[in-house]
Design a binder for this molecule. Structure first.
Ligand code: DC
Length: 337
């Protein structure tokens, strides 16, 4: 007996998607393994608990895979597990003892890092566009790393502020760089940003640090140092990176590039609520002006500015909630993998 394994994911729990994905998975399993009907003894599917709209065994039967018993079961839900995932175990007797080729499609590719290509997703866009929220969801759902590159510039800005260095003074900031030690660590799936060994994940979110980060990020020496670290991390594992220049400069060859944007008033409103929830009292109009100033500075700086890469997909989130943004981005990703 040989077992051929496979898995796929859907974006939304509906009959059309389940049927199409099951067919696509079985078609590829059969084509790649050159399977004959009489070699197949049994189809076993399992589903994550978030799939309710259709039965994969029925979908398989309706696609012509009705020549062996079909069975489907629900998997227990586990923390960090893939969402909306359909798995397959095909029990076979392969005539000539040939080796099984397992098929992992769409988001399920991340389940088998050993047989799947590395997945790098670049999410760029201005402050408050929602890209970091989306990046976190994508990282969780695809079980890959999330690298918040803004946090690295923020740590650099924070150090300059603490040392009383003028963040606009390129020479002074460059002088600080040899002693700047920024590291990112992951604990329980969350990024922790360390500045000279201290966990500054919370301190870098203060509003005063935002402009300092934008200021230091304009200096070429700072960018060279940060971009090198970012490329090293992205080169070694599947991850989603958010920032300003990921698709255009850091990972110009990333397979997936999105430019997430929204109207500046909508973005200011989102930041306002975020800061209020953290107990920071800010004036909305002032915040809106700051966001516009940061947009201008980030996109007009000479070296590696905030830029939509030519081959990035633009997602305007002004009138979308997070679920809609995630679904839009996942649809693009899953149509290509
Ligand atoms: O995404 P954020 O607001 O945390 O980023 C803080 C600042 O860092 C932002 O104003 C611009 C800068 N930045 C950058 O220049 N390049 C990146 N890849 C990420 C952030």
């Amino acid at each position: 007996m040989t077992i051929i394994r496979g898995a796929t994911t859907i974006v939304q729990d509906n009959k059309t998607e389940i049927s199409a994905s099951v067919k696509e998975l079985l078609d590829e399993v059969f084509a790649v393994n050159v399977l004959q009907k009489e070699e197949v003894k049994c189809f076993i599917f399992s589903l994550t608990t978030d799939i309710h709209s259709y039965h994969p065994a029925k979908a398989a039967r309706e696609s012509g895979y009705d020549f062996a018993p079909l069975f489907a079961a629900i998997e227990p839900e586990i923390d960090g597990g893939l969402k909306l995932c359909i798995r397959l175990m095909l029990l076979t007797e392969l005539a000539d003892n040939r080796a099984a080729k397992h098929i992992y499609q769409k988001g399920a590719k991340t389940l088998r890092k050993d047989i799947s290509e590395k997945l790098n997703i670049a999410l760029d866009g201005p402050a408050g566009s929602g890209k970091s929220t989306v990046a976190k969801v994508l990282a969780k759902d695809y079980n890959i790393l999330y690298l918040d590159t803004g946090a690295m510039y923020r740590a650099c800005g924070l150090k300059a502020l603490r040392l009383g260095i003028d963040t606009k003074d390129g020479a002074a900031v460059a002088k600080m760089l040899p002693s700047l030690d920024v590291k990112v660590e992951y604990k329980d799936g969350k990024q922790h940003t360390l500045l000279d060994g201290e966990d500054v994940s919370s301190a870098i979110r203060e509003n005063a640090v935002s402009m300092a980060a934008s200021n230091v990020s304009a200096h070429p020496a700072v960018r060279i140092k940060m971009v090198e670290m970012q490329r090293e991390i992205a080169g070694s594992m599947s991850c989603v990176l958010d920032g300003r220049d990921i698709g255009s400069t850091v990972l110009p060859n990333a397979k997936f590039k999105f430019f997430v944007t929204a109207d500046s008033a909508v973005r200011a409103e989102r930041r306002y609520k975020e800061l209020q929830a953290r107990g920071e009292n800010v004036d909305f109009e002032k915040l809106h002006e700051e966001i516009k100033a940061r947009d201008k500075q980030d996109s007009e700086r000479e070296f590696s500015p905030l830029k939509c890469a030519d081959d990035a997909i633009v997602v305007d989130t002004s009138a979308m909630d997070i679920d809609e943004v995630v679904a839009t981005i996942k649809k693009h990703i899953q149509s290509k993998i």
